[in-house]
Write a protein that binds this ligand. Structure first.
Ligand SMILES: *Cc1c(COP(=O)(O)O)cnc(C)c1O
Length: 406
């Protein structure tokens, strides 16, 4: 007979503190249920999820169609490894390519793995196609970047906390200032094989580059034979009001990296998309993943993509985001420096003189709204894209009171 031992919030927090590595500083809320835009904690309190797992929950918690696809696939087959084929991977690849307009896709699990895939791909393209001398390939990245947590990736972070104590790091990367076209142009050399960029920097604090930055750097890349790689793990799949954020500047990257919402909030699914010119560099044995392309992930990815398109989540995000951002600006709080973003990817920047953003997030939690600070001064609002205007309107009242209160 199973006895249900219910702990309270405090006991769960103590357990994690005692047995877990202290590599995060979460808000003190312990969730045990989620549905759509709502989550509940172990004490039965209901919250509006305004973080949406860093945009991995664009379709909301437990979207019924995605849950159903997962259930159906659990009843058939879950893992084959890439030693064999399965009947979900091919259709998923085709749907990804048809949706995105790229010729090929390579499936991985986490975002960082898909970034690593892009790095390997453009380096090999540099040697095999562009003719860069062996081991001389260079990739340009941006200040304030976030591309994941592997040792290669943190090695080119400009954030001291991400790097400190984790070296030595892989060579072959150079940081250029985000948003600065001239600095980018000056940094390109004959050995530059790729430019890895977030169309909006999410972890960097919802930093939107000036209009034209993506288009101009994209043109320079085309001129100089440099692969333009858009990390759309956070900005992609509707978050900013377009399927891909690059569309805001009519930019077609050479490589697009997807993750997060590709797994519909259920399962890690990531992909690197490119045309044959790049993808052809991979030969059997070059690259892989035990779980990448597995039938459970592929079935969930297919359903996640389908929901995204059928519910036209990019358009919802564009319309609601524009309205919500305006309403946030209209609050006119003395603590707010400015509000920035695109679609439902919004940052409220707190003035330095008003202290860090964290206490504002704690007060939002008290009022049943879960949001997370990023980069000390920024409150990030990235709710599930299935959110309704009514729910957002109700949230605004609480947000206004918290922002005005200071
Ligand atoms: C979240 C994120 C990643 C890393 O994804 P993981 O799944 O955590 O490895 C990479 N790039 C961007 C822009 C991200 O937001």
């Amino acid at each position: 007979m199973a006895e249900v031992m219910r702990k309270d919030t405090h006991e769960y927090l103590e357990e994690v503190d005692l047995y877990g590595a202290h590599n995060y500083k979460p808000l003190p809320v312990v969730l045990d249920r989620g549905e759509g835009v709502w989550v509940w904690d172990v004490d039965g309190r209901k919250y509006l999820d305004m973080l949406a797992a860093y945009s991995a929950l664009n379709q909301g918690h437990r979207h019924p169609a995605i849950v159903q696809a997962a259930r159906d696939q659990l009843d058939r087959i879950t893992l084959t490894s890439r030693a064999f084929h399965n009947d979900q991977m091919g259709p998923f690849l085709r749907e990804l390519c048809e949706t995105s307009g790229y010729e090929k896709a390579l499936l991985m699990n986490t975002g960082a793995e898909a970034v690593e895939t892009a790095i390997k791909m453009v380096r090999k393209w540099g040697y095999d196609i562009k003719g860069v001398p062996r081991d001389q390939a260079e990739i340009l990245v941006c200040s304030g970047n976030f591309h994941g947590r592997t040792t290669t990736v943190v090695g080119f972070s400009s954030e001291e906390a991400y790097r400190k104590g984790f070296g030595p790091f892989a060579p072959g990367f150079r940081v250029v200032p985000y948003g600065d076209v001239d600095a980018f142009r000056a940094a390109v050399t004959p050995n530059t094989v790729g430019f890895l960029v977030e169309p909006i920097q999410g972890e960097g604090g919802v930093v939107v580059p000036r209009d034209g930055y993506l288009q101009e750097t994209r043109e320079i890349c085309a001129e100089k034979g440099v692969a333009f790689i858009a990390d759309e793990i956070q900005t992609g799949l509707g978050r900013t009001g377009r399927l891909f954020c690059s569309e805001w500047e009519d930019v077609r990257p050479d490589v697009i990296i997807l993750g997060k919402a590709l797994g519909g909030g259920i399962y890690p699914v990531s992909a690197t998309l490119a045309d044959d010119e790049f993808m052809q560099v991979f030969q059997p044995g070059d690259h892989g993943s035990t779980f990448g392309g597995n039938p459970l992930g592929a079935a969930i990815g297919r359903a996640s993509l389908k929901v995204m398109l059928e519910e036209d989540l990019p358009r919802r995000s564009a319309e609601l985001g524009e309205w919500f951002m305006e309403e946030l600006r209209n609050i006119g709080s003395p603590h707010v420096d400015h509000v920035r973003g695109r679609g439902l990817m919004i940052g409220v920047v707190i003035k330095d003189s008003s202290g860090p953003a964290r206490p504002f997030c704690e007060r939002l939690q008290d009022r049943g709204i879960l949001a997370k600070e990023t980069h000390h001064q920024v409150i990030r609002f990235t709710p599930p894209l299935v959110i309704s205007q009514e729910v957002l309107r109700d949230a605004l009242e609480n947000i206004a009171e918290v922002l005005e209160g200071g």
